[in-house]
Design a binder for this molecule. Structure first.
Ligand code: G4P
Length: 549
């Protein structure tokens, strides 16, 4: 029994991962911190479970949010609240594979697509892009990929559901190349078209075929066996021949994994498989270990150079989760360790204020489990409880000061005017909205025209509004009414652009400014309105937002 639950009992291949007051450099080199990005239904939960089962799960795989548990629940957040009065969305799954410690950060998908989803990508070193073989690239995959590109996060591609009818493999590669300007370099290649999968070839070992067959007794996991080229040709003539021809073509076009191009975000190693039957999952796991970068030095704000992993402790708060339960108003701040060794109980400094923060209540957060963490290394994530003072984007450090660049804010796509239900609670209303803005739950926009009584809330995903509604009522005792506005997209602009937009008598859209950073945003009903505004006022700049500062 190699599974273990609490971080201080961890044993990884006979070595102790959690308690050695190890060398940060050595431990960092053993870490791989990554996220899976995908469109809902591509199989993220299935893959996560398969990965965790494959590896030595450091937490029980049951802690992964399975589909059954998710159904009919608007978010993990609400689910957690119902279940036990604490809330954890961005769970981290830690597991070991071949001497390495893998941290898989959950990117909440589905209805709970929100700024949090994007922020997780600030805390990883690599992303696995999961693509449904029948659907190809989909909307949320595109958005998440944009963020990876923007942040320089290298991407490994896994084409899933090859056991079901789907698109042509080469066509899927073409789509990745033309849409993302990203060169796909297959590392495994399917034998048999989608829905008629016979096996996989590892392109590094092309004289062998990994054959998969349905396991007897209805087990989900397929049986794997290795065939030599002769046997593969004899038993799977047409499919083996076709795979060989396609691989030859790929070699000719130079579609070969190139570590440098991959790390520079110019190419993506591609894997095929079926998460549901555990096909191709081990090879993907190997790739995360062999190809994904270990935590490295992180750039500091304002040209302050870099913080190397061996420097004293520093960490980045990438998510703050408020407790939904009124009687337990703690907040959990999720901190990615960037340098040094984190030890529970150590006092760290919050860079924004220079004030100390005690880390007596540090937890590793695995799925729905919380257990105390004693020690964490670069790449690991710790959850700090009682973190009311911490904000998304905060840097924490020990000894030597570090300040990481601010967390980017993302282009909102949903806009609602918010008003207090009870005018008598205006004070609480204002305080609540200000706090939610500060925490990064939503972006708050104001304009002279609408006045301060009716700020506009801007969000990346509609679930952010549910959170506002719930917390305003329960935490700030100021229930709110939200009225959605017919805008779907925003661009950053300057004062002049904002004035032109507002003077166009709302023909094109409306300009407001964001309270958090003072940036002017033009809100538009559609991309068509943006083009029309740009045609009419070619001199007033509109900037695409991912990171608007
Ligand atoms: P998500 O987290 O990305 O939203 O996807 P999830 O894992 O929940 O998978 C979505 C559906 O796709 C599930 O089916 C799942 O069983 C199926 N699926 C995932 N990977 C594979 C695969 O490799 N092959 C095949 N054939 N199916 C796969 P569902 O019908 O929505 O749910 P369920 O009733 O099977 O649980």
């Amino acid at each position: 029994e190699r599974r273990y639950r609490s971080a201080d009992e961890r044993t990884v291949d006979g070595r102790t991962a959690g308690v050695v007051s190890g060398d940060a450099t050595e431990e960092a080199a053993r870490r791989r911190t990554f996220a899976v990005i995908s469109h809902p239904d591509a199989g993220k939960s299935t893959l996560t479970e398969a990965l965790a089962l494959h590896a030595q799960a450091i937490t029980s795989a049951g802690a992964v949010h399975g589909k059954a548990g998710r159904r009919g629940v608007s978010s993990d957040w609400m689910e957690m609240e119902q279940a036990r009065g604490i809330s954890v969305t961005s769970a981290v799954l830690q597991f070991a594979h071949r001497e390495q410690v893998l941290n898989l950060l959950d990117t909440p998908g589905h209805a709970d697509f929100s700024e949090d989803t994007y922020r997780v990508l600030a805390a990883v070193d690599c992303a696995v892009m999961l693509v449904d073989a029948a659907k190809g690239l989909e909307e949320q995959t595109r958005k998440l990929f944009d963020v990876c590109r923007h942040r320089g996060v290298p991407v490994i591609t896994f084409i899933n559901k090859w056991d079901r009818p789907g698109r042509d493999a080469l066509e899927l590669l073409d789509e990745i190349e033309s849409e993302f300007r990203l060169k796909p370099t297959p590392v495994t290649w399917p034998v048999g078209i989608a829905g008629h999968m016979r096996g996989l070839v590892d392109v590094r070992d092309p004289e062998r075929m990994l054959r998969y067959t349905r396991a007897p007794g209805g087990a989900k996991e397929a049986l794997e066996e290795t065939l030599g080229a002769g046997q593969a040709a004899a038993e799977h003539a047409g499919d083996w021949q076709q795979a060989g021809d396609e691989l030859a073509l790929l070699r000719e076009t130079g579609a070969v994994h190139d570590p440098e191009a991959f790390l520079a975000g110019k190419s993506t190693p591609v894997f095929f498989g079926a998460a549901l039957s555990n096909i191709g999952v081990r090879l993907l796991l190997d790739a995360v270990v062999d190809m994904a970068p270990a935590p490295g030095p992180r750039p500091l704000a304002d040209g302050g150079g870099e913080r190397p992993v061996e420097a004293p402790f520093s960490g980045l708060v990438f998510k703050v989760q408020a407790n939904m339960d009124r009687s337990h108003r703690d907040r959990i701040a999720f901190v990615r360790v960037c340098s040094g060794v984190f030890e529970r109980g150590m006092t760290v400094t919050r860079a924004a204020t220079g004030k100390p923060f005690a880390t007596k209540y540090a937890h590793s957060v695995f799925g729905q489990d919380r257990s105390s963490v004693e020690t964490a290394y670069p790449g690991d994530v710790v959850g700090l409880v009682n973190a009311g003072a911490l904000r998304v984007g905060d840097t924490l450090y020990a000894e030597r000061k570090a300040v990481f660049p601010p967390m980017p804010t993302f282009a909102p796509e949903h806009f609602s005017v918010v008003r207090p239900v009870d005018i008598g609670r205006t004070k609480q209303f204002r305080r609540g909205i200000a706090q939610l803005d500060e925490e990064g739950v939503v972006q708050v926009l104001v304009s002279d025209r609408r006045g301060e009584q009716a700020p506009v809330l801007a969000a990346v995903g509609p679930m952010q509004f549910d959170v506002v509604r719930h917390r305003m009522e329960n935490e700030f005792t100021a229930p709110v009414r939200l009225e959605s506005l017919p805008y779907q997209t925003a661009r950053a602009t300057d004062l002049q652009g904002a004035e032109l937009l507002n003077r166009s008598r709302l023909v094109h859209g409306e300009a407001m400014h964001r309270v958090r950073d003072g940036v002017w945003l033009g809100l538009f009903p559609s991309r068509w309105h943006i083009s029309s505004f740009e045609r009419e006022f070619p001199d007033s700049p509109l900037e695409t937002l991912i990171a608007a500062h």
